[in-house]
Design a protein around this ligand. Structure first.
Ligand code: SF4
Length: 430
């Protein structure tokens, strides 16, 4: 008998990919179909994120709200990084939860649903060679894992404790999955990993020597792929070979996410990021010299415990210098188990003020850059169509809206920019 699955995904693209796997595995092996209505579900799964304190705190109220509306015999399962971080504690604190499955144990989903109060969060469970079911709904975009876990020890980050040691996924599995997704309608492939450009450093089976640059070359040989993206590269592993491939390979989207985190060498050292602001700037300038129109995104943490005022100004200085196209910025959030956890936090009023200053600066930069976009032409892949019109992204990652025209999702159009509204770009096809 077909059963109904409701799944809510929090956090990053890795979690979105894990949810895809969960949906496909349960469809194939347990006859579950997806529903958007939790009230009619036989199984409710929350795929959680614990990168910051708040989502973890919110988990129990989320569980409570689903427990209140679920069918009597429906089950609730908690997956993802908070499952790995809290494990048994979730079952103790929330009796309505039936199982807890850690971020590194997704391949066990079709067995754990049959167990009572099971907790499976083995941090180094190796599913890098596991071939997940691929019966995923057709989509112009395909998220594909190329590695699991992370070997870095950034002092603020909980990921190594929830996703375990870094292992690369065998190249043949990645290429096989990419081909299957293209046959299923994908035009854009997004390669996922905590440190994608560290690919090939370690496999758990004998494997030919390969690195990320070589993998990009192999993926771009697949017919039907129009655009390749990847999340997240680590600035430390941005060697010249990688940057030259990024610049010269026509299929690689000229948008790159470079998590800087701080612009101060003292803070970068305390964060154990492994690079300096000079190295970061050197890599950015190298990329810009080969791709003048490149889009660059970043992550920044303000008010890291050891961040002095002058350190914060160093961060502002880097943002002014680089003029990031996308910036995800957050106030430092202490995570239990991380090296920085016991460091004294900066007063919240100062932290909030710094975040505001940083975000205002970035708004000004975006506005200035958007003004320079007028009359420029971009090759845009349409991602969404509504009654208002269409929208999609350019090769360098800019979101562009085409009002009043319903274009075909997944198709590429040349679009000339006609106006900028508070940093949002509008254009028309030519
Ligand atoms: S590289 Fe650092 S910030 Fe990124 S997942 Fe690994 S430990 Fe976390």
């Amino acid at each position: 008998m077909t059963k109904k699955l409701f799944i809510k995904t929090f956090g990053c693209a890795m979690n979105t990919r894990d949810s895809d796997h969960i949906i496909a595995e349960l469809k194939e092996k347990a006859n579950y179909n997806l529903t958007q209505d939790a009230k009619e579900a036989d199984l409710i799964i929350l795929n959680t994120c614990s990168v910051r304190e708040k989502p973890e705190k919110k988990l129990f109220s989320e569980i409570g709200s689903y427990a209140a509306i679920k069918k009597i015999d429906a089950k609730i399962g908690i997956c993802g990084c908070t499952a790995s971080a809290l494990g048994e504690e979730i079952i103790k604190k929330a009796p309505s939860v039936d199982f807890v499955l850690g971020a590194r144990n997704v391949s066990k989903i079709s067995s754990i649903i049959h167990k009572e109060k099971a907790v499976e969060i083995e941090i180094n469970h190796d599913e890098s060679n596991y071939e997940f079911c691929n019966n995923i709904e057709s989509n112009i975009r395909a998220l594909i894992n190329i590695s699991i876990g992370c070997d870095k020890k950034c002092s603020y980050c909980i990921v190594p404790f929830t996703r375990g040691k870094e292992i690369s996924i065998p190249t043949n599995l990645i290429l096989k999955e990419a081909k299957a997704r293209v046959e299923n309608g994908a035009k854009e492939i997004i390669l996922l990993g905590q440190n994608v450009n560290n690919y090939g450093t370690r496999f758990s089976i004998p494997h030919e020597k390969i690195n990320f640059t070589k993998l990009l070359q192999e993926v771009s040989k697949i017919d039907g792929i129009e655009r390749i993206k990847f999340v997240s590269p680590h600035p430390l592993h941005m060697d010249d070979e990688f940057i030259e491939e990024f610049a010269s390979n026509k299929k690689i989207s000229k948008y790159i996410h470079m998590p800087m985190q701080s612009g101060s060498n003292a803070v970068l050292k305390d964060m154990k990021r492994g690079y300096t602001r000079e190295w970061f700037l050197n890599r950015v300038n190298k990329i810009k010299s080969l791709c003048p129109d490149v889009g660059i995104g970043t992550d920044i943490i303000v008010a890291f415990p050891s961040e002095k005022e002058e350190d914060f100004y160093d961060t502002l200085d880097m943002v002014k210098n680089i003029e990031f196209d996308t910036m995800y910025s957050f106030i430092y959030s202490p995570r239990k188990g991380t090296l920085a956890f016991n460091m004294k936090e900066i007063d919240s009023s100062i932290a909030n003020m710094r975040l505001e200053i940083l975000q205002n600066l970035h708004k000004q930069i975006l506005n200035k850059k958007a003004k320079n976009e007028i009359n420029k032409t971009h090759r845009v892949m349409i991602e969404n169509v509504s009654d208002k019109g269409s929208e999609g992204r350019s090769d360098n990652g800019r979101l562009i809206k085409i009002d009043g025209t319903k274009l075909s999702i997944g198709n590429f159009y040349d679009v000339v920019i006609t106006k900028n509204e508070n940093g949002s770009l509008f254009g028309k096809t030519i």
